[in-house]
Design a protein around this ligand. Structure first.
Ligand SMILES: [Zn+2]
Length: 248
């Protein structure tokens, strides 16, 4: 079986290092990693990782809602430059997080700007949305043609709304814990499912940094819940990932 990890922060590993992960990829059938950034500081690190591993690493540049205080005045221009320099790069991760910060601004403003850049440069958008479905409201209609709700932890009702607007859903180790999300799975068509480790952060083993073996575990869980043939589902998800990461 082949996999693409559609959300990993390679630059954030502490117990292991990025090279360990890149080395263990092939052992677990992982063909590509989508390496995402959270801050401007990350951009340079992600750029170097992508330049050094052009076949294996696809970069994504963005500003995560948790770290907006750190952003520079020129971040928008800087982000546009990164997207120009890396035609294969995606935008993210970005989004809205009401759990971490009940204030909608500046989260919303910064998110909308990244959404606009994604559309302008024709790149898929990686969205972090936590307890913020009500904030998304009219933004659904403004989404670029390809976007993913990363580490999806929502309900079946929320999934139904997102599907209407063409969302992809990526699932991480957190899925293995949440009954609510498992029940949402039945609403999500197979061709909208992606897999991710959100490494190093979302291992289902407490205190451990995510490893590549977790992609198979997440797939097994999904196949079990959907009562589908794992080989077939795995091939479908691999094709979804290839389709999703392509700029349009
Ligand atoms: Zn992340």
């Amino acid at each position: 079986m082949q996999f693409i990890d559609t959300h990993i922060h390679l630059q954030d590993y502490k117990q292991k290092c990025a090279t360990d992960i890149i080395e263990e990829m092939s052992k677990f059938g992982v063909q590509k990693l989508l390496c995402v950034s959270a801050t401007e500081e990350d951009w340079e690190k992600v750029a170097i990782l992508a330049q050094n591993n052009p076949q294996k690493i696809i970069p994504a540049f963005g500003l995560h809602p948790w770290y907006l205080d750190k952003r520079s005045k020129n971040w928008e221009k800087g982000l546009a430059e990164m997207l120009q320099k890396f035609p294969q790069a995606l935008v993210g991760e970005c989004g809205l997080d009401k759990l971490k910060n009940p204030e909608q601004e500046p989260q919303r403003e910064v998110f909308i700007k990244q959404m606009e850049l994604a559309k302008k440069f024709r790149r898929p958008l990686l969205i972090h949305a936590v307890k913020s479905f009500d904030w998304l409201g009219e933004l659904w209609k403004k989404m670029p043609p390809k976007f993913v709700l990363h580490s999806f932890g929502g309900s079946a009702e929320q999934a139904k709304i997102a599907i209407k607007y063409g969302a992809y859903f990526s699932f991480s180790g957190g899925l293995l814990k949440s009954k609510k999300t498992l029940s949402a799975l039945s609403e999500i068509p197979d061709d909208k499912i992606l897999l991710e480790t959100d490494g190093p952060y979302q291992s289902h083993v407490k205190g451990k940094e995510s490893g590549m073996e977790e992609l198979l575990q997440i797939l097994q869980m999904i196949a079990e819940v959907k009562q589908e043939d794992i080989e077939k589902l795995s091939e479908q998800i691999y094709q979804n990932s290839l389709e999703f990461i392509k700029p349009w």
